[in-house]
Design a protein around this ligand. Sequence first.
Ligand SMILES: C[S@@+](CC[C@H](N)C(=O)[O-])C[C@H]1O[C@@H](n2cnc3c(N)ncnc32)[C@H](O)[C@@H]1O
Length: 282
Amino acid sequence: MRKRLRRTLAEVLSKDLSKVYNSFDIVGDIAIIKLPPNATENEAQIIAKTIMGIHKNVKTILRQTSPVAGDFRLRRLIHVAGENKTSTIHREFGCLFMVDLAKCYFSPRLSHERMRIATLVEPNEAVVNMFAGVGCFSIIIAKHSKATKVFSIDVNAAAVQLMQENVRLNRVYDKVIPLLGDAQEIIKSRLQQVADRVLMPLPEKALTYLPYAISALKASGGWIHYYDFEHATKTENPAEKTRRKIVSTLDSLGINFEVPFVRVVRSTGPNWFQLAADIHIT
Ligand SMILES: C[S@@+](CC[C@H](N)C(=O)[O-])C[C@H]1O[C@@H](n2cnc3c(N)ncnc32)[C@H](O)[C@@H]1O
């Protein structure tokens, strides 16, 4: 599909703009495109028509006009073509996620990572997801592992409301527990030493919230899935940079730990990477 889109766009657009085939996401029946700021409305319409002509399931095209930002990790979106809406249902590994792209964060690019974590979860584990959004990591874990509970925190009320809908849609009522509030506060007041595994899918806050993730783990220890953004030039290794950051923070806290796995999840810009690290607190 991407090849066909690339060919078609190359025929009708300048070289710069035709690169959009690389940078659009499809969430449910909505496509989100990113264009250079100088792209005209006419060019946006041509791209929208081309995408809708090739991806017949796409009913709406939105143009992202700002980076993901703020505590809720939202982006500005402008309607370009098709139905004027920001809500949709996205399907991933047999799970359904109701999302509203104007009110909460969602990225289909993390689907492989969500499944990777679900396959690590062992029977009867209790999991805390500190930054759960509409519940995608939590629901994939609930559906694809034998975890007993996945406590799923988010500070955005709209995301937690959608998470509750998604718990119903996927029938994981007794497993995924949506909790509204700041992860630090909720862990301090309600989730001390309860978890075998803690997820921290918010690179911007992961380092400062690491002590709270540790306090959510059982006294016997457990796993922390830590996410990071890292800048690395061609001669640097982003995974090593993230590992060093984790090691120096945990050493300063006097914690016994290992970091057996760090990987680049995706590239987020020139020389910028998103990384996932599995930390074993022993
Ligand atoms: C990058 S999103 C990840 C969402 C989800 N895990 C996913 O993969 O789609 C980070 C989420 O953390 C939430 N968040 C930000 N600060 C928070 C805090 N202090 N406590 C709890 N949630 C927070 C945001 O509202 C957002 O939904």
